[in-house]
Design a binder for this molecule. Sequence first.
Ligand SMILES: [Zn+2]
Length: 353
Amino acid sequence: MTDLQLIEKLCEARGASGFEDEVLEIAREYCKDFAKFEEDSMRNLYIVPEYNKGGRPLVMLDAHSDEVGFMVQAIKPDGTLRFIPIGGWNEKCLPSSKVQVYTRSGYISGVIAAMPPHLMTAEQRNAPVSYSTLAIDVGATSDKEAERFGIEIGAPVVPLSPFEYDKKHGILHGKAFDDRLGVAAMLMCLKKMKDCDSAVDVFGVISSQEEVGERGITAAMHRVKPDCAICFEGCPADDTSAPSYMIQDALKGGVMLRHMDATVICTPRFTSFACQTAKTHGIKVQLAVRSGGGNNGAYIISANGGTPVIVAGIPVRYIHTFNGIAAMQDVESNVELGVALLKELTGEIIKGF
Ligand SMILES: [Zn+2]
């Protein structure tokens, strides 16, 4: 599997929070020649490379497998589906978007219904988007028919947004870039370390349910005791919305190292070390200070009596909508920084964090 194929497969995988199985299958396939796996009941996947020597400081690489999605709440008499969000959406992008709905025989296509303007009253035109009035339409004409389609209450729903790679410009288009690009970068990094010298051992955690409150990593941190951790994330690019002096996560700007967000102040000495390492290796980084948002680092940093953590973000335009845009070179910078850190970290340096 090439790196691009890995990215494509991961982004096309259907994995709303709690239903991440397809992502794990792809990760297992990609790593099967150099790693062993464990999986827990929350669908956290632990990837332990066979090249580890043992008895050395342990570095955890983390990326979350889930994507924002929806869940079918009820089937209406007209055959359309009432649903609720899984994770935080920009609701304004929902009407008229295509989705995939899980059925007993696999996913089928649907659309989030948008009324033709001919049928709308002035009041409906001006009303805000609300889950209480939205519905998913799979083409069924009654609740009985929707049931015959194999749709059940509790069915997960994800966007239907085909993956595209614009090779000429190095641009990725698709869904779930938060955090499948992080998963891809993490897996590529684990694979590259096969051929690198390092003073530390490493393992990967593909954690579940980040989008609903970092639930997977919370369980995982009861099971693993790393000496430090790197979170690979897909982060909201701000270069088409912020004033120039506030742009901190630009497309093609390289790895975003996050000093803080609403949930975590990343370990400052580790962040400084990552900046320095990037400089030494000529890897592009950009520094971000966020007042909102959150990530798995929030749980890692205070787990097991304190675990040094940094967040390495890949800029993604329009995350938590149906169509994201990202740059291949930013994914590559993330992999390069991960590899550089694993080569440079030592027990002594980690103790100094
Ligand atoms: Zn994320």
